[in-house]
Design a protein around this ligand. Structure first.
Ligand code: R5P
Length: 327
């Protein structure tokens, strides 16, 4: 760990000592981050009153401290968002000198534009609420679209699961593999994957039906016949896109099919759908908790804990984050 003082604490005179707090959403990831930093999570009470109101109380003062608050937006989504906002307010009112929200998965990120009449832009609302509550910075992983960074009026670091996922596939040394993306919005990130692994790319054209979660895969653009395929996407939610994409590449002669996605949202019929598909391996990260009901024998979670820990350390010490990725 960089910049630790003789007491094993990170020190940054600009914002005080570092303190880590975690909401209720993902205790395991919070522990992994803390372990990477060689720190303990600070104590707090997080209570639900009988009327469902949430209450936070810190076990120690954060006055003048550089606080990192870890909370992902997993199920129950609204509760976890509300807890995040309340925790920020609590830290602000206890005079933290800086509050950085660490939200590995940002909910509502798909609601990022008015793509039909009379709809909200909830991703913007989320950013506004986080800033209004009192956050000074944010750290997140693979936003649905990079432009969402612009919804925040505070500085942030959007890091990517790309290196963790692509390193995993690089070790497999697949021959004759093709990187396939089912989302043209993801084409650039798909291309990075293809370039790193030295594989060609193909696309599955997808149309989403209105504002429903349904999508229909149409055509495969590129050649997958006789090749292994790695389908890359930012998230698997209901599994609809993956189902269509797997079927499309299989219909076009794909051999073994792998899936790589940063966020395993896995809601509704997702697990049943994935279980029934001819997929050799689904590789994801633990930006969302790997609960027992969200496990499958061919579903592998890779930890983003060390990566987030390192980013937190660098933000605290005022060191470059891009440097980690040779940027
Ligand atoms: C869509 O724009 C995203 O890249 C994912 O393909 C989508 O969020 C996955 O959702 P689902 O699993 O419900 O099809």
């Amino acid at each position: 760990m960089h910049g630790a003082n003789p007491h094993g604490e990170l020190g940054n005179p600009g914002f005080g000592g570092i303190k880590l707090f975690a909401g209720s959403s993902h205790p395991q990831l919070a522990q992994e981050i803390a372990a990477h930093l060689g720190l303990k999570l600070s104590g707090r009470d997080s209570l639900r009153f009988p009327n469902e109101n949430i209450f936070w109380r810190l076990h120690e003062s954060v006055r003048g401290q550089d606080v990192f608050l870890i909370q992902t937006m997993s199920s129950p989504v609204s509760d976890n968002i509300m807890e995040l906002l309340i925790a920020i307010d609590c830290l602000r009112r206890d005079s933290a000198s800086r509050i950085t929200v660490v939200m590995p998965y940002m909910a509502y990120a798909r609601s990022d534009k008015k793509d039909q009449p009379r709809v909200p832009i909830t991703a913007r609302l989320m950013a506004d609420m986080i800033v209004t509550a009192g956050a000074d910075r944010y750290i997140t992983v693979d936003l649905h679209a990079g432009q969402i960074q612009g919804f925040f009026s505070i500085p942030g670091d959007e890091i990517t699961g790309f290196h963790i996922l692509s390193d995993y596939f690089a070790e497999k040394n697949l021959r004759d593999a093709v990187i396939v993306t089912a989302d043209l919005g993801f084409a650039k990130r798909g291309r990075n994957f293809a370039a790193k692994l030295h594989h060609p790319m193909a696309f599955v054209e997808k149309r989403r039906v209105g504002n429903t979660a349904q999508s229909e895969a149409l055509t495969v653009i590129g050649d997958v016949d006789g090749c292994d395929v790695i389908i890359v996407d930012d998230e698997i939610s209901t599994g609809g896109s993956i189902t269509n994409t797997v079927q499309a590449v299989k219909n076009h002669g794909a051999r073994d099919v792998y899936v790589s996605a940063t966020h395993a949202v896995l809601v509704g019929p997702a697990i049943e759908r994935l279980r029934d598909l001819p997929i050799k391996e689904i590789v994801t990260t633990n930006t969302l908790p790997a609960t027992p009901e969200r496990m499958l024998p061919n579903l592998k979670y890779l930890s983003v804990g060390p990566l987030l820990g390192e980013v937190i350390s660098r933000v605290h010490l005022g060191r470059s984050v891009g440097e980690m990725f040779n940027e």
